[in-house]
Design a protein around this ligand. Structure first.
Ligand SMILES: Cc1ncc(COP(=O)(O)O)c(C=O)c1O
Length: 409
């Protein structure tokens, strides 16, 4: 009989994972990117050039560049972040990590203890919300509107917490192409957010991986750039602008907290070939690559919007996103997207149900997030048609699809 590890697993461990059974045929889930948007030839040449020149440095952990990672990539980032996001930082203010998910773990490890309180946008990245659940921290979700996190609601929440003697550990925000709502926090709200953070003595945790994917090519300055009190931890990633499987993200933070996170990064460094390849590729090519990537993503968004209009009609409500890879869709109130997820998956269509992307499960019950970057145009059209059929069968909506009126039920 096989050894039973079960009784040895400490109490409070996460539930066991299910075995991987492959991607759905029509996959609208996850933060996957457009396969045609990966600069494969450029990365091949970059890896070859970097390894030819300095491959022997792989003999040393972190290539001998120290625990913050490969210096030329940090140099690239300090120039790019200044130019695009207005951030003044040097390579010494940047730590390269294994995707921004590791950045989340390091920030959380440095700042959070069970029972703490954090503030975030009400609709929020699942990877972050799951971490809060596992860490046993209290989450205060702030509603958003078309301009991002609502500052009146944030101010009320901060005042309320203060009255109850609670000082939140940080305000976590995805201000620039928010996940899942794709909203961009306006300049005015950025100023208000920073003023409130100062007034209440609460730092800001800015998660910024989608800012390169704004269709107009113009982004507002990062909160990190606008802060006058060094109270912002900024994290970013190459997952959305180059490729998620590379697993390269970064943290920009003041030394007082960077030094704490470095003490927790005990993995002897993140993958170095990826860092070399990115530095070699991005320094000359990032600026020509990203507009091409955006063009492909926007074309897919337009296909998705057309398909939803055709198949769901007015039953699918959404704001046209200014960038990114997700559409946040509201279906009629009677649709339970957790149930829709199960039923659609059985027919090969994977969606992200709203409650997994929100701190308010009731409010998000009939919402869903669709990633339009990874499916092909054909898969988008076919997948949305199947989804509409499943939704009609289960919930009676949409009543009409593809110009054919069908009976409810
Ligand atoms: C808001 C946000 N933060 C962090 C991540 C993690 O990205 P990665 O670890 O690939 O950098 C994602 C991925 O989708 C995300 O949407």
């Amino acid at each position: 009989m096989a050894f039973d590890f079960g009784p040895l697993v400490p109490a409070g461990s996460p539930a066991p994972s299910a075995r991987w059974t492959g991607l759905a045929k029509f996959s609208f889930i996850g933060g996957n990117n457009d396969p045609d948007g990966v600069p494969v030839d450029g990365l091949k040449a970059a890896i070859d050039a970097a390894l030819t020149r300095e491959g022997k440095s792989l003999a040393t952990y972190n290539l001998g560049h120290g625990p913050q990672g490969y210096r030329p990539l940090r140099d690239f980032l300090s120039v790019k972040l200044k130019r695009d996001a207005g951030m003044t930082c040097t390579a010494d203010d940047i730590m390269l990590v294994s995707g921004s998910l590791q950045a989340l773990d390091l920030v959380h490890g440095a700042l959070l203890a069970r029972g703490d309180t954090v503030i975030c946008e009400r609709d929020c990245y699942e990877g972050t919300l799951n971490r809060y659940t596992r860490l046993g921290v209290n989450v205060v979700g702030i509603p958003l509107d078309g301009d991002g996190m609502r500052m009146d609601a944030l101010e009320a929440a901060l005042a309320d917490l203060k009255r109850n003697g609670v000082r939140p550990k940080f305000i976590y925000t995805i201000p620039t192409v928010q996940n899942p709502t794709a909203t961009i926090l306006t300049m005015e709200r950025r100023e208000t957010l920073l003023a409130l953070a100062d007034a209440y003595g609460v730092p800001i945790f800015e998660d910024d991986c989608y800012a390169d994917l704004i269709w107009s090519g113009e982004r507002p300055p990062a909160l990190y750039a606008m802060s006058k009190s060094e109270n912002v931890i900024h994290v970013g990633s190459f997952s959305k602008s180059i490729a998620p499987a590379l697993r390269v993200g970064f943290i920009v933070a003041p030394w007082s907290i960077m030094s704490r996170m470095l003490a927790l990064k005990t993995d002897a460094g993140s993958g170095s070939i990826e860092q070399m390849a990115l530095a070699e590729y991005c320094t000359p090519h990032f600026d020509e690559h990203v507009p091409e990537l955006r063009k492909g993503l926007k074309a897919k968004l337009d296909t998705l919007v057309d398909a939803l209009g055709e198949q769901f009609g007015t039953a699918a409500e959404f704001d046209y996103p200014p960038g990114g890879i997700f559409l946040w869709v509201k279906l009629p109130d009677n649709v339970d997207t957790m149930k829709l997820y199960d039923k659609a998956l059985a027919e090969g269509v994977a969606i992200n149900p709203g409650p997994n992307w929100s701190a308010d499960k009731a409010w998000s019950k009939s919402r869903m997030r669709l990633c339009f970057a990874s499916p092909s145009h054909e898969q988008i059209r076919e997948g949305v048609a199947i989804l509409a059929d499943v939704c009609r069968r289960e919930f009676g909506v949409p009543e009409r699809s593809a110009n054919v009126t069908r009976a409810k039920g």
